[in-house]
Design a protein around this ligand. Structure first.
Ligand SMILES: NC(=O)c1ccc[n+]([C@@H]2O[C@H](COP(=O)([O-])OP(=O)(O)OC[C@H]3O[C@@H](n4cnc5c(N)ncnc54)[C@H](OP(=O)(O)O)[C@@H]3O)[C@@H](O)[C@H]2O)c1
Length: 264
């Protein structure tokens, strides 16, 4: 029994993707538009959004910075007024700065929290009451496998994504009282501008088209958690079940990080 109502037919579905100017969000917008959905696409880059909207059917650009509460609220009013409601909201936008304890940067840390957590809250503020009032719809939060457990380079980013995992779990329980569906997206490595700056090897990396297709397939199955590619995400899911001594030893062995004096 799926946790969500499967979405197999996207014809005329009203979909708002926040974080659709590049990467996985852009690829998802293309696939859903081709499947017949009507779209509002958001991010900060007005030009990129307008170019994409012009190339897709029934798609409109709605640029804003999701860290600006009033701008997000205004955009949400536009979406709800234009469509009289919304069927699916995907909160895709996020930011990543590689950080370890040795190069801790307070400003960069706070910025990641501001976008990856507070930005999501700015979206939830207008979207939750609307979905609850409708008694229908679906909200999807995009987290990461980096949120499963602590990994080197992922300090702050991983913590912000862990918060979204917890938030989505709580939302699923709460919103099941209102017939509103919730999904949690945990991608592994995907080739996008966000990962282009990584200098370490990214195992099992996939394309944006593959990532978007995995999401579309998950929507069709009614999955709560959309995680991909499975051959990578299953390893990480197993690792987080291990006792900490084994977990830290495995992380040190696979990443080569931890130092010669590491206790693990
Ligand atoms: N790529 C991966 O390997 C990977 C793995 C796990 C999870 N993820 C997650 O997947 C999501 C999409 O990532 P991606 O790899 O596709 O990255 P991306 O290509 O950098 O896309 C990020 C999107 O978020 C938008 N955005 C960033 N800051 C924003 C802000 N303040 N306000 C509004 N929009 C903002 C960006 O557009 P503008 O710059 O135009 O605002 C862009 O559309 C992120 O949440 C990321 O954490 C990615």
């Amino acid at each position: 029994m799926p946790l969500n109502t499967p979405i197999k037919d996207w014809s005329n579905k009203r979909v708002w993707i926040i974080g659709a100017s590049t990467g996985i969000g852009e690829a998802l917008a293309k696939q859903l538009s081709h499947a017949g959905a009507r779209l509002f696409i958001s991010a900060r880059s007005k030009d990129k959004l307008e170019l994409l909207a012009g190339a897709l059917n029934a798609t409109r650009a709605l640029p804003f910075d999701m860290t600006h509460e009033a701008a997000v609220a205004h955009a949400a009013e536009t979406v709800f007024a234009e469509w009289g409601g919304v069927d699916v909201v995907v909160v895709m936008a996020g930011t990543y700065v590689e950080m370890r304890a040795q190069n801790f940067d307070l400003a960069a840390a706070k910025h990641q929290v501001e976008v990856n957590i507070n930005g999501v809250l700015n979206v939830l503020a207008p979207v939750l009451p609307q979905l609850i009032k409708q008694g229908s719809g679906h909200i999807s939060l995009v987290s990461s496998v980096a949120g499963y457990s602590g990994l080197p380079n992922g300090m702050i980013y991983g913590a912000s994504k862990a918060a979204l995992i917890n938030m989505a779990e709580a939302l699923l329980v709460d919103l099941s009282e209102n017939n509103v569906d919730v999904s949690l997206v945990c991608p592994g490595f995907v080739e996008t501008p966000l990962t282009a700056k990584n200098e370490f090897p990214m195992p099992f990396i996939i394309t944006v088209e593959e990532a978007a297709k995995a999401m579309v397939d998950s929507f069709a199955r009614g999955d709560f958690e959309m995680h991909f590619p499975k051959k990578f995400t299953r390893i990480l899911k197993f690792l987080r079940l291990l006792p900490y001594t084994l977990y830290f030893a495995a992380v040190k062995k696979t990443t080569g990080m931890g130092g010669k004096n590491a206790r693990a």
